[in-house]
Design a binder for this molecule. Structure first.
Ligand code: BG6
Length: 469
């Protein structure tokens, strides 16, 4: 059995601009949809920015990036996943020319990464559509966003093409099915958004993703472009074949995004759904051709698995699971109700590898938990054994999948430094190896402290996984 990960395995951590940068109106940055989401997904968007929005200051990475990247280097990171805030580069999203100050900020970030020999992994769009595009175009329901997004990508590829090899087009693209505003910049309330408009928006995103994949390959020989999806194994609640079929239907929701990104065409099960629900998409011949530009690798986040049943009586939605679903009676959940299933990671990795035969990249995984800063031998730290155990157990299963033959490029834990939560906009839902002194009410020094998991992860990386138990 393989006891370590492949040579050159990309160990690291992942973040998103809107959750850590702060500086929401500095350097010529425009507003993004996150500036009107002070409670994350918990309440509907506000009319404008409000001061209770922790993301306005984030963890001040905008000013402290050098210090933070030095901490990542100390852990031995090989890769750092971060996103570029679209509205730093094109403040309204649809200008003709990019904002130089915004471009210069990411130059500085890349300089620091290079200094430490850390490979950048860039998410082009991570839940931060420029607010103007959401308000004036109804987000991705408008075909015009394809052109705006391409112009944005072209500016990134021109500026950073020599320095960035790995690109992700849209964070968790399948989440638009559940969170049309956060994921697709679509202000229409979900209950009023028709399936027709939703799938048209999805089509625009998929075409945009394929078009910039082609553009990346044209402009940057050697570039590796990945899609990014929420990986969600769906188990039948019972062995009843009706439950198995119900689980298959839910699984198709997510498979569709990978199938189109990897195979370059719509799968039959989705076309059937369109026919049966009278959804008639505007798909041009050019769109069909564009979609054939398939991705180089498949990246995904993995936090939870879920169950599905055909029995309406048992179909109680799991309150905490991000994407709903029926709770699995055999699993424990995190403090936020997300069910913990390390073996599900092995299952989904085998499944994706067999289905798409593209290298995989785990770009998010981690435990959101309440941490307590304590003093140990005169040093402030967090004794986060629960986080070590969560990550250890998932990495052991990832290693099993590699032993099963899965081609895995790398692993970046979510929120390698504490940052603002996406779903609840809290600071207290912490994922990091580095504790950031900031509280839910916005107080705190923003000082950084190494948690116990910091040294643990350093050893995991140093031994290429042999330190796992
Ligand atoms: C993923 C997102 O859904 O999960 C991240 O890509 C997010 O942006 C992460 O932060 C964890 O979710 P949360 O809500 O705990 O921050």
């Amino acid at each position: 059995m393989t006891t370590t990960f492949p040579e050159g395995f990309l160990w690291g951590g992942a973040t998103a601009a809107n959750q850590l940068e702060g500086g929401y109106n500095e350097g010529g940055k425009g507003l993004s949809i996150q500036d009107v989401m002070p409670q994350g997904l918990l309440t509907p968007p506000t009319d404008g920015p409000t001061q209770d929005n922790l993301k306005q200051e984030g963890i001040d990475f905008y000013h402290r990036y050098a210090e933070d990247i030095a901490l990542f280097a100390e852990m031995g990171f090989k890769v750092f996943r971060f996103s570029i805030a679209w509205s730093r580069i094109f403040p309204k999203g649809n200008e003709d020319t990019p904002n130089e100050e915004g471009l210069a900020f990411y130059d500085r970030v890349l300089d620091e990464l290079e200094k430490h020999g850390i490979e950048p992994l860039v998410t082009i769009s991570h839940y931060e559509t420029p607010l103007h595009l959401a308000r004036d175009y109804n987000g991705w329901t408008s075909r015009e966003l394809i052109g705006f997004y391409e112009r944005y990508c072209q500016a990134l590829f021109e500026r950073y093409g020599q320095r960035v090899k790995y690109w992700l087009t849209f964070n968790e693209i399948n989440s638009v099915l559940h969170f049309p505003f956060m994921s697709g910049g679509i202000p229409t309330p979900p209950e009023q958004l028709s399936q027709q408009d939703l799938y048209q928006a999805i089509h625009h995103e998929l075409v945009a993703s394929a078009r910039v994949t082609r553009l990346a390959h044209q402009m940057m020989p050697g570039a590796q472009v990945g899609c990014m999806i929420i990986a969600l194994p769906v188990y039948p609640l019972t062995p009843d074949p009706s439950d198995v079929v119900a689980a298959m239907h839910v699984a198709h929701d997510s498979y569709a995004f990978g199938d189109i990104h990897c195979r370059g065409e719509y799968p039959g099960y989705l076309l059937r759904r369109f026919r049966e629900q009278d959804i008639e998409l505007d798909i041009t011949d050019q769109d069909r051709e564009d979609l054939t530009n398939t991705v180089d690798f498949v990246s995904f986040s993995y936090y939870v698995s879920t169950c599905e049943t055909a029995d309406p009586v048992k179909k109680v939605e799991g309150a905490g699971n991000l994407l709903g679903g029926v709770p699995n009676p055999t699993l424990q959940a995190s403090e936020w109700g997300w069910q913990i299933d390390p073996q599900g990671l092995r299952v989904v990795m085998n499944d994706y590898w067999e289905r798409w035969r593209k290298p995989l990249f785990i770009v998010e995984n981690g435990l959101g938990a309440v941490d307590e800063l304590v003093e140990v031998d005169g040093t402030k730290t967090v004794v986060d054994d629960y986080r070590i155990s969560y990550l250890n157990d998932h990495l052991v299963q990832a290693r099993e999948a590699v032993a099963d033959g899965v081609n895995l490029l790398g692993y970046t834990t979510w929120g390698c430094i504490d940052l603002v939560s996406a779903s609840t906009a809290q600071m207290s839902k912490r994922y990091g190896f580095v504790y950031v002194d900031r509280n839910d009410d916005g107080t705190g020094t923003l000082d950084r402290y190494r948690k116990k998991s910091f040294e643990w992860y350093r050893q995991v990386i140093a031994t290429n996984g042999a330190h796992l138990q």
